[in-house]
Design a protein around this ligand. Structure first.
Ligand code: M6R
Length: 614
């Protein structure tokens, strides 16, 4: 959600912070701010708007100092404005704090502090925390690190914070609970703190991922010290980042989303690399190999996720049921966590998350774990909280996804689920040897086929131009294509703000058909395969009501071509792999419609890339 970056060292901090904020802006972009220590003065500058607005607000001379911190906000408590922007300052004026997360008991703490004479400027929960630390520091006579620890003992909620104290200018204090924080250790004794590694990678590859309940103190003299909220000393585990700087750049594309759509032949290949061996005729997923038997013997698989990851999970349901003959339930993590779900030791849970930080998914995992289920993670971000808490699982290896609308993460998640289903199916014997070889050969050809779909972009752009002013859109698919219909609708609504619904094609007649008139574009995935004839009938039903059909069809299809207003051809493939191809034109159509409507494609309104609050 919000983005945090901080620096302590011997370099000018301001350019490091601003550059870091630009890299983190995908996490939140309604306001931003910077605090810098400059000759005994704690200087805070902040304002509503983008990081570029903050730069304009600060002016071309920048800010001075070699220690500082920056924040980009996604509003929870209080609207996006200058006052609610972080950093927040304490009553004494000595402390500044930035925060990602939610302090759930902020109202009670605020009331208590008001009785003690504190006054508040903002509507945020964050400001309460900086006043609380300040109050404890003064009343207990403790240093800033201890005051932070004591304050966090009484806090309920999720937080990643960085605190600066004017009286202790040579240190930064950072802490986390349920919101990620990474510390970078530079070559010259300098330290970086950030919500994720993207602002750090250009400075150092040595990082420490803070664990829940840990507090880090970075000191110019004593380096990095970590302890936990119970005051136990912890030894920081330094690891090397695998991320590359060029993965964080647009690489000549107008938007990250477009770049990420075009990266899919490569990212799908990377998801299969070292796992699919066509010559040997095997699928091996290293991260779950040791627990393979658990999957093979699973009586039921539960898949948990949110948003696009949930859609990937739905594709997984079809894959596991068809190829491995295991019953699957796919749950919204946000619903699962607040039920009293029937789950136990015989259950296998697969949690899917691009960011690996989604609060609902994290909480659902904890719940399933507490009931004894075996948990596997499918995450994109290496070292993320979900990846670490699940222990076993597979990274998708799609590379950093910066565009808020998920694209290459979806196809990478589906690829990993496909590999899992194939692996289990082969081990269980639910797919025979010739089927298995046919399937893996076809899977191996998918990256090249995605490349062929991408060549359709000019035609897709032409179609986008025709429907860019639509007020509503319907997406229909059956079987493996139903989740793709949901995903297509989500892509359109989140970046172009056009209302869109995804439906199983046959469900249309049970209600949504009432919406169809000559102004309604209906995107139908009508590829050759198990439900082709049925979908053709559904297209007829739309046409009879004058709806406009944009159909994704298998190359060479003449039947749908004769009925649809537009067809986008994709290469022929086996049913289980259709989602990996058919989603691509839908991603592109959403992208081009959004661009034509003048929308901010990479940072759509109200959204954030990683949703670390409930
Ligand atoms: O990082 P996660 O995969 O856990 O995120 C889940 C959703 O928040 C995410 O997929 C969201 O729906 C995207 N904006 C979709 O494009």
């Amino acid at each position: 959600m919000c983005g945090i970056v901080a620096y302590l060292g011997d370099k000018d901090a301001y350019p490091i912070l601003i550059n870091g904020l630009r890299r983190l802006e995908y996490r939140g972009y309604d306001s931003s701010g910077v605090a810098m220590m400059d000759g005994g003065v704690l200087n805070i500058q902040k304002c509503q708007g983008k990081v570029s607005d903050l730069e304009a607000h600060v002016g071309s001379q920048g800010m001075k100092g070699t220690a500082g911190m920056g924040h980009t906000r996604w509003a929870t408590h209080g609207p996006p404005n200058d006052i609610n922007a972080h950093p927040h300052r304490s009553t004494s004026g000595d402390l500044a704090l930035i925060h990602n997360g939610i302090i759930e008991n902020y109202a009670a703490i605020k009331e208590e502090l008001m009785h003690r004479g504190h006054t508040f400027k903002s509507d945020t929960d964050t400001e309460v925390l900086v006043h609380l630390i300040d109050d404890i520091q003064r009343s207990e006579g403790v240093d800033i690190a201890e005051a932070v620890r004591l304050a966090l003992v009484s806090v309920v909620g999720a937080y990643a914070i960085v605190v600066m104290d004017r009286k202790e200018p040579d240190l930064l204090v950072a802490a986390r609970k349920s919101s990620p924080l990474v510390i970078g250790i530079g070559d010259h004794g300098d330290h970086f703190v950030a919500s994720d590694a993207t602002p750090i990678v250009e400075h150092t590859k040595n990082v420490v991922y803070l664990e829940d309940g840990e507090i880090a103190v970075m000191d110019r003299v004593n380096g990095l010290k970590v302890r936990n909220i119970k005051n136990q000393v912890k030894t920081p585990f330094i690891q090397e980042l695998e991320m590359h700087l060029e993965a964080l750049e647009k690489g000549g594309y107008d938007h990250f989303m477009l770049k990420e759509i075009h990266e899919q032949p490569r990212s799908i290949r990377d998801s299969m690399r070292g796992r699919l061996n066509v010559t040997k005729g095997e699928v091996v997923l290293g991260g779950i190999k040791d627990h393979e038997q658990k999957l093979v013997n699973a009586k039921r698989i539960l898949i948990l996720g949110c948003g696009t990851s949930w859609h990937a999970g739905l594709v997984g349901e079809y894959l596991f049921e068809e190829l491995a003959r295991i019953p699957v339930e796919v749950e919204y993590a946000s619903e699962f966590r607040y039920r009293n779900p029937i789950v136990g030791e015989d259950d296998v849970v697969i949690a899917i998350s691009q960011s690996g930080e989604t609060a609902d998914t994290m909480a659902a995992i904890e719940l399933a774990k507490s009931k004894g289920a075996t948990i596997f993670g499918i995450c994109n971000v290496v070292g993320s909280s979900i990846a670490r808490v699940t222990g076993a699982g597979s990274y998708t290896h799609a590379g950093p996804e910066i565009g808020v609308a998920s694209t290459k993460a979806f196809t990478a998640q589906v690829t990993v689920l496909t590999l899992m289903a194939l692996m289990i199916g082969q081990r269980k014997g639910t797919i025979n040897s010739s089927q298995f070889h046919r399937l893996i050969h076809e899977l191996d050809s998918i990256p090249d086929k995605v490349q062929q779909v991408l060549l359709k972009e000019p035609q897709i752009q032409y179609i986008a131009d025709i429907y860019k002013d639509a007020g509503n859109a319907l997406y229909l698919g059956r079987g493996y294509s139903f989740p793709v219909a949901l995903e297509g609708a989500l892509k359109l609504k989140e970046i172009s703000y056009i209302h869109a619904e995804g439906y199983p094609a046959a469900e249309m007649k049970h209600g949504p058909i009432a919406l169809i008139d000559e102004a309604m574009p209906v995107f139908v995935i009508a590829t050759k395969g198990a439900s082709y004839e049925k979908v053709v009938s559904n297209i007829q039903e739309v046409k009879a009501r004058k709806g406009k059909i944009i159909a994704i069809v298998t190359e060479g299809d003449q039947v749908v071509k004769g009925m649809a207003d537009h067809v986008i051809e994709i290469p022929d493939t086996l049913d289980p792999f259709v989602p990996l191809l058919s989603v691509v034109p839908l991603q592109l159509i959403s992208y081009h419609i959004a661009v034509m409507r003048g929308c901010n494609v990479d940072q759509p309104r109200n959204l954030a890339k990683s949703v670390t609050v409930e």
